[in-house]
Write a protein that binds this ligand. Sequence first.
Ligand SMILES: Cc1cc2nc3c(=O)[nH]c(=O)nc-3n(C[C@H](O)[C@H](O)[C@H](O)COP(=O)(O)OP(=O)(O)OC[C@H]3O[C@@H](n4cnc5c(N)ncnc54)[C@H](O)[C@@H]3O)c2cc1C
Length: 425
Amino acid sequence: MEHQQDHDIVIIGAGASGLMAAAAASEHVPGRRILVLEKNPIVGKKLYATGNGRCNFLNRTACPADYYSRERSASSLRWIHAALENMPPSALAKIFHRMGVPAVEQEEGRLYPRSLQAESVVEALLYTIRSAGVSVRTDAAAVVCRRTSGGFVLRDILGNTYTGGCVILATGGKAGLQYGSQGDGYRLADALGHRIVKPIPALTQILLEDADSSLFGVRVRGEVSLWRSREGAVDRIARDEGEIQLTREGLSGICTFNISRFYEIEAGVEYTARLDFFPEYSPEKMHAILAERQQMLADRPVETFLKGMVPGKLADALLREAGVASEGVCGELSSGEVREIAEVSKGYRRRVAGTKSWKDAQVTAGGVSLAEVDPSTLLSKLVPGLFFAGEILDVDGPCGGYNLTWAFASGRIAGTAAGEMVCCG
Ligand SMILES: Cc1cc2nc3c(=O)[nH]c(=O)nc-3n(C[C@H](O)[C@H](O)[C@H](O)COP(=O)(O)OP(=O)(O)OC[C@H]3O[C@@H](n4cnc5c(N)ncnc54)[C@H](O)[C@@H]3O)c2cc1C
């Protein structure tokens, strides 16, 4: 026997994807009973922290090829393509414009609200859903979500129960867990029979063994790459260029964040980070430049050899790394020493000790397996009426507005499809 449900759609999680899903569903089926459950006392807590409070909410150039799935199969990449092909960033920018939040573009296609305030984005989403009659319940962490004959029964941590015809799981992943996303969604999805691809922290700092703490605070442009060695085979698995920031424990900066998702703890596997402080030169050219420099600066103290080419603290560290004594003058350096300095300048290496944890990570790599979700609706292939949106799915992107683009795009897709299911049965 089918029971009357209290709500047509229940959305778990009032983050970027959940709020957008509520906006899309309420637009699609005005007047229907839509409920959003949020475990925090406020909605959009993480959104306020994004883009250093300015919210880099979209990337104008984002396209399916920019995204990853931890399963890394050809079918998961096709899945991402199928999900995103009809929801380009331009369409999302128009939606925000209609909500009263025009975008302004900064470097590399990054879009921010014109106000440069994350709160504008949260307020616009909240105003949109409240004025459409969506109910929002805060301090309501969903702990149970069970499929019944006519829909779903949910229970929150305080023991309140809710029923809904369909459910959108938009709980985020585990990254930035102080903002509320603590892996609850994986437990709920797992209990409903979904497979979870092991989540790992991404867009985070890389920790190094024997990090040179004297380099703390150095910011320098260069290339950072991650190398994996297993059973004697060494492969470069990721690289990026940009501003490298050196910390007491290792590496930070956008290019480091972008490669961090490729590190994972595996038995018998070691990772090395390599820094190239002169990616614009080939190894031969670098050596030739330093050999010429040695002639030019022959009377200058050795300690000044690299100064002017890289920040002072890094110049000192590279000489130490090359095993060159800082006494004497540049003209006295042997050709072997000059070659060694050229080599460490283009290949400064340290073993990777790990990455920073969930608290520091901006995004989760891994999550609900894409194979069990329909890409055009984000409807579960296993559980009728169950949708997913946002970071809970096994999709992640680089820094620069790509992850919020995914959260908003997937929220829009799931919210519209849930609305469609409600009106068409
Ligand atoms: C500090 C920081 C800065 C970032 N800056 C950017 C940026 O500028 N640009 C960009 O593109 N990306 C950025 N990101 C990443 C981006 O914020 C996330 O990818 C995005 O918010 C994911 O959206 P979501 O809706 O899937 O999850 P979240 O935004 O994490 O929302 C999930 C919501 O679900 C709630 N929830 C969890 N479990 C339950 C439960 N059991 N019951 C009820 N509610 C629950 C959580 O409290 C949370 O409010 C940043 C991330 C961090 C941590």
